[in-house]
Design a protein around this ligand. Structure first.
Ligand SMILES: [Zn+2]
Ligand SMILES: [Zn+2]
Length: 232
């Protein structure tokens, strides 16, 4: 676990912060909010970390999903069963989480049984559908920013009081800042528009679905990256 701020923690992906891992975030308030749930197979680790943070499973009030991809929703079903927490996602992402629309993931031919299990999903109803500009009440106010492109209902979350921006897969920071994998991104033009949108947001720290957070000069680094994209 890594402390981002005294009330924001990050659990690194299964294999560190590489591209094949996905980070999970914890917002510590009177109750607990979890952002994304990582790849399947981490549920006991997540439960241990909840306890280590001083909470019990029944204290988990919300699970916010930045988007529906399996590396962010892998432990969602079990976590919902264990905690009964509200599942929060953008309205445009809900059909994928709820199983109404198929996931975009590219098909891997001749998948082994284990891989099939690993990549399979358990649809669940979204309890709270959010849209751009909504403010969630935890930590004094978390602003929902709709940042589509990677998926139609991808969201970023700005924790106003300490300027922490959590962006899911809008950008990765595995070997420096990079765009998400093209194979898993539905609309690259929209994706770049969304990067420009967050480049205009005022934040101090930026946290990713994949890779380490940027703690210093985060706003400037994202702005520089957005400028470089424009010149391509
Ligand atoms: Zn993704
Ligand atoms: Zn991801």
């Amino acid at each position: 676990m890594r402390e981002i701020k005294s009330d924001i923690y990050m659990l690194e992906g299964l294999w560190g912060t590489g591209v094949f891992s996905a980070n999970i975030y914890f917002l510590l308030d009177s109750r607990l909010t979890i952002i994304d749930t990582g790849y399947k197979g981490k549920i006991s680790r997540i439960c241990r970390e909840i306890n280590r943070l001083g909470y019990s499973l029944s204290d988990v009030e919300n699970i916010i999903l930045t988007h529906h991809h399996i590396d962010h929703t892998g432990n969602l079903y079990k976590l919902k069963q264990l905690t009964g927490a509200n599942i929060i996602a953008h309205a445009d992402e809900s059909p994928y989480i709820e199983g109404e629309l198929p996931h975009f993931c590219p098909q891997v031919p001749g998948k082994k049984q284990f891989i099939k299990y690993f990549l399979s999903t358990c649809p669940l109803p979204v309890d709270i559908r959010v849209k751009d500009g909504d403010i969630l009440s935890m930590l004094g106010g978390v602003i929902v920013i709709h940042t589509p492109g990677h998926t139609p209902g991808s969201i970023s979350l700005l924790i106003q009081r300490n300027g922490v921006l959590i962006i899911g897969d809008l950008l990765a920071n595995t070997l420096g800042l990079s765009l998400p994998s093209k194979a898993f991104t539905v609309d690259i033009k929209q994706e770049i528009d969304s990067i420009n949108k967050i480049a205009g947001v005022d934040f101090n720290i930026i946290c990713f679905g994949h890779g380490s957070p940027i703690i210093k000069n985060a706003n400037e680094k994202v702005n520089n990256f957005a400028q470089r994209l424009k010149k391509r």
